[in-house]
Design a protein around this ligand. Structure first.
Ligand code: S3P
Length: 416
């Protein structure tokens, strides 16, 4: 895929629905009583993996356009092979959802997903009595029928996927479960389950859950700030960009804190709440950038945006230091290595560290060839870097953007 260099980039964009919220709307409604409609769902490959797994377990998931109709089932059937594709969210949330439901299921994934850590989910679930096997801590993962009981779980990593798996298992566990995480991660699970009638009390990084049944609940999915980030970053570098109807849940808006630190001018417009989630339009203006210094505290609220934030740092004159982000190593690729290689291939100066990057920013990048490593976020961050570069260039394995953002290149071409 070729990406042209752009001196100007402006426009109004509605990026696809939030990936985290779409997964949850499908998975939770498929386990609930009744019928629900999901509007604005992301129909990227990851969320389609969640849909097909829930069908295999006995729920109805019908897709027409961006609308999804789900008819849930309280009794899952055994599933000898649930293919989660590239999707960590599907596999990890399913481990929790299935743990106490009397089913025998085996979860598999592609090469990237099979290399990602699953013991971090299996271990806390076993504290609730779950019987789960993960070969050397990786997929394939097998869930066996088991009776669960409440427990006080302190998670070792700040991961919304791990937290969500424990919460979902706790819905089927006798007694009370408390989950405490080291840093507050995205809370879409807590918000959605509360709306679906679960007995759940969320107090920041501490969540208390009791056994509950779920009622099907319609969801209006906001646009994904992680997808908007590519267009907002280009706006900050090359023009004025508005992204419409973006989810601005405070556990997801670390990008805006980074904009504050780097001197990016932006404002939120039409702020409102929809289905328990804050939503706004985000308008960004071309701005002179300052280098960035950030550490672990911000990481959970912008984990998926870090590759494109690194691209912004490459255009901010001076030294940026991003630390506390070792989780990047266990994403769809090792994103510390992949992001550094991408920036350096385009003429940037990025040193990978154990837990982040040191980036010596210049006014410009030359351009060149981006190796996406089939990681959607590396491909899209590379596209932003190329569009803002001197001479543009090309992306290898560019179609991996379909994991989270079908139509990305077409939307990019619409910028004025
Ligand atoms: C997600 C949580 C994050 C994020 C992923 C989606 C979720 O992963 O990187 O893209 O929907 O809960 P971790 O929880 O592993 O940090």
């Amino acid at each position: 895929m070729n990406i042209a260099a752009r001196k100007e980039f402006s426009g109004q964009f509605t990026v696809p629905g939030d990936k985290s919220i779409t997964h949850r709307a499908i998975l939770f409604n498929a386990a609930a009583e009744g019928e629900a409609h999901i509007a604005g769902a992301l129909l990227g490959e990851d969320c389609l993996s969640s849909a097909s797994c829930m069908r295999a377990l006995g729920a109805k998931v019908e897709i027409s356009g961006a609308d999804v109709r789900v008819i849930g089932t309280r009794e899952f059937c055994d599933a000898p092979l649930l293919d989660c594709g590239n999707s960590g969210t599907t596999m990890r949330l399913l481990m929790g959802l299935l743990a106490g439901r009397g089913v025998h299921a085996s979860l598999t994934g592609d090469a990237s997903l099979s290399a990602r850590p699953m013991e971090r989910v299996a271990r806390p679930l076993r504290l609730l009595g779950a019987e789960i096997e993960a070969e050397n801590g990786h997929a394939p993962v097998t869930v066996f029928p088991a009776r669960l009981h409440g427990y006080f779980v302190q998670t070792q990593v700040a991961s919304a996927q791990v937290k969500s798996a424990v919460i979902l298992a706790a819905l089927g566990a006798a007694g009370e479960t408390v989950v405490e995480e080291p840093l507050f991660t995205r809370d879409h699970t807590e918000r959605m389950l509360a709306a679906m009638g679960a007995d759940i009390l969320a107090e920041g990084p501490r969540v208390t859950v009791r056994q509950s049944a779920l009622r099907a609940t319609d969801v209006n999915v906001p646009a994904d700030i992680s997808s908007a980030a590519y267009f907002l970053a280009l706006g900050a570098l090359r023009g004025e960009v508005v992204c419409k109807n973006v989810g601005v849940n405070p556990t997801r808006t670390g990008l805006l804190r980074v904009f504050d630190k780097m001197g990016v001018r932006y404002r939120l417009e039409n702020e409102r709440t929809e289905c328990g989630e804050p939503v706004a339009d985000i308008r960004v203006f071309r701005s002179p950038l300052r280098p960035l210094h950030m550490g672990a505290e911000l990481v959970p609220s912008l984990i998926d945006e870090l590759p494109v934030i690194a691209v912004l740092c490459a255009f901010a004159e001076g030294e940026s230091v991003i630390s506390g982000a070792e989780e990047l190593k266990v994403k769809e690729s090792d994103r510390i290595a992949a992001t550094s290689a991408m920036l350096n291939a385009l003429g940037g100066d990025c040193t990978p560290t154990e837990d982040g990057f040191i980036i010596r920013g210049k006014k410009t990048l030359a351009g060149g060839r981006v190796r996406s490593l089939k990681d959607h976020r590396i491909a899209m961050s590379g596209a932003v870097a190329l569009a803002a570069s001197e001479r543009g260039g090309s992306i290898e394995d560019a179609e991996c953007v379909n994991i989270s953002f079908p139509g990305f290149y077409e939307m990019l071409a619409k910028g004025e």
